[in-house]
Design a protein around this ligand. Structure first.
Ligand SMILES: [Zn+2]
Length: 355
């Protein structure tokens, strides 16, 4: 039987249009048998979806979309990083080619319209093939090697940069946060409307700021969880709502839960200083620069064409390992070697289908 799934679904808890219950109904109508709820920075919809899924025979995989994971590289720093990485890579090939006396026919930028997206270098192929195999290897290795050096250099730079700017950034961030808010009170504290009832359900205003908890001033999650641990029977909150400041005593149920959700909120329409945004941008750029540079280096050392590593492997096989073989036999054996390598990788990738 064929089964279909959608493993990337948002609900109204982030930028989706439907409640988790409505999402399940749509999934059922579309004939899906499994979905993953993956809201941005939120797992609020997961419980609801799992309940609704249970009732409708749809499997629900809990998930969350975390910003800054390689899948979504920020545009400006991602592009700038790749550009720096590619230019250095091609420049290194070119410089090494000149170093061993091979003419470089051209060097330039790859453009998409007016937009530089990479670089290229074109050493004279005929001269390069005629030079010593050891020298040819140097030319091909130079590109990925400079990317390795760049990774190490940028990593060191990031550590220095972070140590210089961290205290400033933390202080600024504290200025942006408005405080911890009581966002929601749930009726039941277990999963799927099961478990004991919250003793505080229906008795509290939501969207109110938590000023103090058990006598501790609250300004972030850490202070909240610390203060919460001070008393196991009740939580005494000093709250600030539309009607002013007031006290509220909350009680833990038999599961030791209050049934409330808290949320750290940023001040509305805050203008972040240029220095802050600039520092944040630089640290983001440095992070992408070393990650992408390392990836480019590793990929280019793979012993398979069109990567530099593929060309290097050919030279090593042809000029060192099979040095004494006739040219025709050499070419056949190299073809056989890479062919079986590809076949081997294919088989390894297909294995999970059979087990
Ligand atoms: Zn290269």
């Amino acid at each position: 039987m064929e089964r279909w799934s959608d493993l990337h679904v948002h609900t109204k808890y982030s930028d989706g249009l439907f409640t988790p219950g409505e999402v399940i109904t749509h999934a059922k109508n579309k004939g899906l048998s499994c979905i993953a709820i993956t809201d941005h920075d939120s797992v609020q919809g997961v419980d609801e979806a799992m309940c609704a899924g249970n009732g409708n025979g749809i499997e629900v995989i809990p998930g969350v979309e975390i910003p800054g994971v390689p899948i979504s590289i920020p545009f400006l720093s991602g592009w700038l990083s790749l550009f720096i990485i590619m230019v250095l890579h091609e420049l290194a090939h070119g410089v090494l080619a000149r170093h061993i006396g091979v003419r470089v026919k051209s060097f330039g930028l790859l453009l998409l319209g007016f937009f530089p997206i990479g670089a290229f270098t074109e050493p004279d192929e005929q001269e390069l093939v005629k030079s010593k195999p050891r020298d040819q290897l140097k030319v091909y290795a130079a590109g990925p090697m400079i990317n390795f050096y760049l990774t190490v250099f940028v990593l060191i730079l990031s550590i220095i940069f972070a140590s210089l700017t961290n205290s400033y950034l933390v202080t600024e961030q504290a200025g942006f946060t408005d405080g911890l808010y009581l966002a929601e009170v749930t009726e039941f504290t277990g999963l799927c409307g099961e478990g004991p009832k919250s003793l505080n359900y229906g008795l509290l205003d939501t969207n109110v700021k938590i000023l103090y908890l058990n006598g501790v001033e609250i300004n972030d999650y850490n202070s909240f969880y610390y203060a919460l641990s001070l008393d196991s029977i009740s939580a005494k909150l000093l709250l600030e709502g539309n009607e002013g400041i007031y006290l509220e005593e909350l009680y833990f149920n038999s599961d030791g839960k209050l049934g409330i959700t808290v949320e750290l909120r940023e001040k509305a329409d805050i203008i972040k200083p240029f220095k802050y945004s600039f520092y944040m941008f630089i640290s983001e750029l440095l992070r992408w620069l070393w990650i992408l540079s390392l990836m480019v280096a590793i990929f280019n050392f793979l012993p398979s064409e069109p990567f530099d590593g593929g060309k290097m492997a050919k030279i090593i096989l042809g000029s060192f390992i099979m040095k004494r073989f006739a040219e025709k036999k050499k070419r056949r054996l190299i073809g056989l070697f890479f062919g079986s390598l590809v076949l081997l990788f294919l088989i390894i990738n297909l294995l999970p289908l059979f087990f």
